[in-house]
Design a protein around this ligand. Sequence first.
Ligand code: BES
Ligand code: ZN
Length: 589
Amino acid sequence: MPMIDPHSYTDSDHGSVKHLELDLNVNFDEHRLEGTATLHFGAKTRGPLHLDTRDLVIESVHSGEGQALEWTLDSAAGFMGSRLVIDRALGSEAIVIRYQSSPSASALQWLEPQHTAGGKHPYLFSQCQPIHARSMVPIQDSARVRFSYDARITVPAPLKPVMSAAPGEELPGSGEGTGTFTFSMPQPIPSYLLAIAVGNLESQDLGPRSRVYAEPEMLEKAAWEFAEVDKMLVAAEGLFGPYRWDRFDFIVMPPAFPYGGMENPRLTFLTPTLIAGDRSLVGVLAHELAHSWTGNLVTNATMNDFWLNEGFTVWAEYRILEALEGGEVVAMARAIGRHGLDEALEQFGEDSPYTRLETDLAGVDPDEVYSLVPYQKGCLFVQLVEETVGRKAMDEFLLAYMDRFQFTSLTTAEFEEFFHGYFPGIRERIDTKRWIHGTGLPEDAPVASSPALEELDALAAAWSEGKRVALEQTRSWSADSWQIYLQKLPRPMSSEECRWLEETYGLNSSGNAEILCQWLLIASASGYEPAYDKIREFLGSVGRMKYLKPLYATLHKGEKTAALAREIFDRFGGNYHPIARGGLENLLA
Ligand code: BES
Ligand code: ZN
């Protein structure tokens, strides 16, 4: 039985799902999705059929013709979940599964009203990447399988569902006080791009192909922050070819959303921490947009090949940024990226297998080894190729790559074959084997440099000699400049130094979550008590793992601050997303 993905029970001999039909009721009282999933295989299947599930209650399985089918559910195997086995599918083209998700479904977070912007209505959102779709739908949960989908979603009024799909009709629901909404996603997607959010949602158009969804309390701010989305879309199309998903809408989530952004097609999910009030964090939107090509159109086959998604996307994000804002801005972004990579390499150790681009994650929970390595080492590899072959050849390669693999998924080996075939002789100029299969960072990795970066370096280095940067001198700094400067400052600092830093620059009241987080990291590492309340407030109001993890780790490490980490986690841990909570529990154990 050919298993095609270490994180899925999908067996390629069994045929693959071509179309999914969902008919689900969103039960906020019980925290369950309940209804049916109809899997169409596009051809008659006799069975056996193996599907991925996790914590699902399977109620019945029928053939498309309505005949009851026998099934068994294997016992749960950790993050892999339980294999659903249908031995005899009776030559049906479709399988209808009646089921319920569990209140602890790893893909779903159910929020009480007090954890939303409006405070009056509950909220639900999904996060299926990397392997959580199986806790929401019984499916072949591997990126090697692609399917289109239709959905009918029933929710209590006045809530509104949105999905990674085109919205259709709004009908009165079968139950009293409910509404049923239809959706359709005509382009085939891998299961990790299934997505749903339900809440008190409104939307505002931002351009001919884009609108932003948010709770009404957030909508105006969100619309202003991302008003330039259409310019991004036009720039991206100029670089990577036509946009293939019709619309590029996005939704600003409640704070509990654990990532910066998630590239759900037709409906990117964004953390509200991007709303800085000055458009300084829109790079994340550019990143998710870039996934419309690298990731959603050309997709990693398995999580071992995740760098094909993220490395190319960071590179593409920087190209969009360069087209819109120029090279200086990109040099800053690259420096921030490099800092993150160096930290990840240090945490893993340079010899760690998790510092490889292609990884072997059989038996490993991909959430547990999530890091910036595939992003930033991947981007540096693509950048090195670009610098080696020249921009023109690189742009042509990218178009050929997407043309060849669009709407498919590929392994690293398939990538290498195509890449080496396209650039014969590239191996003599770049040690591609070392880059893709070796650990650590090769010496020929490009290094970000610019006069502004050098100046920030020098200023941060001078801190230890007692030299301070006058407020006046920082007036021209961008948010990225601040982030870089703060990242480079030494720690721990004395209380006097911390006080000076905070009071001079008013860091506690920064509206930019990246800057605020950098300052709180310094304060945490320094055990600076006057900042404890701010640390409590921040950790109680954000759910983005990018901020939670380093802050908790820093607090936990310090003798003086370890108890504070515990205290804050005991108070707010229950509000965090299950994935974030799990990671932090490990960290604090
Ligand atoms: N696809 C990722 C998020 C993700 C990856 C979720 C793996 C679950 C498993 C998304 O595109 C992403 O990379 N988000 C980043 C943004 C960034 C690098 C600009 C994030 O959330 O910080
Ligand atoms: Zn990404």
